[in-house]
Ligand binder design. Structure first.
Ligand SMILES: Nc1nc2c(ncn2[C@@H]2O[C@H](COP(=O)(O)OP(=O)(O)OP(=O)(O)O)[C@@H](O)[C@H]2O)c(=O)[nH]1
Length: 442
């Protein structure tokens, strides 16, 4: 990673630190070497170190016109065209296909089975089995999940501060370790300065450094650590799930539904990722598992129309929460953005206050690239909250600190594994302690 930061010494001697203007997009999906087009899409593992795995990134050929190239923000997205899909998602004449509802009435009795194209068999998608309930406590799940980030930071701290005086070189190395863990330059500088304050040229124990680190991280995260509250005055409370493909939207919908169901809420799901048949199937499996009806149509159907019908049905059947899945890839960035804008517009026609929450799902393994994803989706759909997934698959968990510092968007949940239980409400103190490698009650 090439982030520019003034060194500790130069700051000490007065060179003014410049805050970084734009983060450098870092494409993070593993590349198996040069030409990924012909590769089949492998299942996403969440690990960021599988250098030998075939790439899922679609790379533009040199002949691709500039406007059709995938933007850096969609690094990791699998931008494949789907025949018959309106690329801009704006065709009002698009015929409405029959609605397939797993539980509940058919909404288009005027269209019969004979009108339908033969269903395309969807490739099977593995949906992880739920972990036995109560197998691990929340702290255990959090620290297990955060182990790669915390051990990388905590090893650096222990290595740097064991029986060593706190001097400029040590602080510089600490700053580098914090930047490597994706906390961002401003936070890394602030933390280093907090650690050096009043202790310069003195000995400081690794434990003390970790405590100061945790305190500073907590201060940054505190304002954004906000629970997702379902406002019961909206029935249904509509949650739009957005994010690039593979970020973990569908899985997070499953995990969230489980939480809502266990609170006694009636939940309905809309399979708005009509781009990929497997995504529709995956959502149905989750729906069955958590006991939530899923409204879906066939692959390639108009996602905005489906969202509208889902809202109508959720209202009719008294659902408390409607979760709408969306595609994370389309032909190009313009297509993806147009589809999201259209979904929001159409949902508002039914209920001007909806969507009541628009959650951007971010994959922690993409590191700094998460910053450009927030900017992109913010423009298209107005993000109200973040869910960060796959913190268990990366040492780059510090990206949440950089995001909090830059955007101040609420962070509701973090994903620390593939199981249904592995979605933790985001709390600043716990996350800060986990990242610094401290015990729960230290
Ligand atoms: N390790 C880990 N894996 C996760 C987590 N959340 C999701 N995954 C996995 O990430 C992969 C992609 O998740 P999906 O839910 O299919 O992602 P999506 O954003 O819906 O992707 P598309 O349907 O392709 O748009 C799946 O294998 C999930 O099991 C997490 O917190 N930790």
């Amino acid at each position: 990673m090439a982030e520019n930061k003034p060194g500790f010494l130069s700051r000490l001697f007065g060179r003014k630190a410049e805050a970084p203007t734009a983060p450098e997009p870092v494409p993070e999906m593993p590349q198996a070497g040069g030409e990924p087009e012909a590769m089949p899409s492998p299942p996403t593992t969440g690990a960021d170190d599988l250098a030998a795995a075939p790439s899922t990134v679609t790379t533009a050929s040199p002949d691709t016109p500039e406007e059709n190239k995938a933007p850096a923000e969609l690094a990791g997205a699998d931008l494949q065209p789907v025949e018959g899909l309106d690329p801009e998602g704006t065709n009002p004449q698009e015929p409405l296909p029959r609605i397939v509802t797993d539980h509940g009435p058919e909404l288009r009795p005027d269209i019969t089975a004979a009108d339908l194209p033969a269903p395309e068999p969807a490739p099977a998608e593995v949906v992880p089995e739920p972990a036995p309930a109560g197998a691990r406590g929340w702290w255990q799940r959090l620290t297990d999940g955060m182990r790669r980030t915390s051990s990388s930071l905590s090893d650096s701290v222990t290595g740097l501060f064991t029986k060593r005086k706190l001097d400029a070189a040590t602080l510089e190395e600490l700053e580098d370790a914090l930047v490597q863990a994706d906390l961002g330059v401003p936070a890394a500088m602030r933390i280093t300065e907090a650690i050096s304050a009043g202790r310069y040229n003195k000995e400081i124990s690794p434990q003390e450094v970790k405590a100061i680190l945790a305190g500073e991280v907590e201060k940054t995260l505190q304002p954004v650590a906000q629970p997702l509250t379902v406002d019961r005055s909206h029935k249904p409370f509509v949650i739009l799930m957005i994010g690039v493909n593979g970020a973990g939207k569908t899985t997070t919908i499953g995990k969230l539904s489980q939480k809502f169901r266990s609170q006694g809420l009636k939940v309905m799901l809309a399979a708005g990722d009509t781009f990929r048949a497997a995504a529709i199937e995956q959502l149905k499996v989750w729906g069955e598992r958590v006991g939530a009806p899923v409204l879906s149509r066939e692959q390639g159907a108009d996602a905005a129309g489906l969202a509208y019908d889902a809202l109508q049905e959720a209202k009719a059947n008294g659902s408390d929460v409607l979760l709408i899945d969306t595609a994370g890839r389309l032909q190009n960035k313009a297509g993806l953005m147009a589809e999201l804008e259209k979904i929001v517009r159409v949902v508002k026609k039914f209920d001007p206050s909806a969507p009541h929450a628009t959650l951007l799902v971010l994959d922690a393994t993409v590191g700094q690239n998460a910053i450009s994803q927030v900017e992109l989706f913010q423009k298209a759909a107005g993000v109200t909250g973040l869910v960060m997934t796959k913190l268990d698959g990366t040492a780059r968990g510090g990206i949440l600190v950089a995001l909090a510092e830059k955007f101040r968007i609420p962070v509701h949940f973090i994903g620390v594994g593939e199981g249904v239980e592995d979605l933790e409400p985001f709390t600043a103190r716990d996350f800060a302690k986990a990242i610094a490698g401290l015990e729960a009650h230290s």
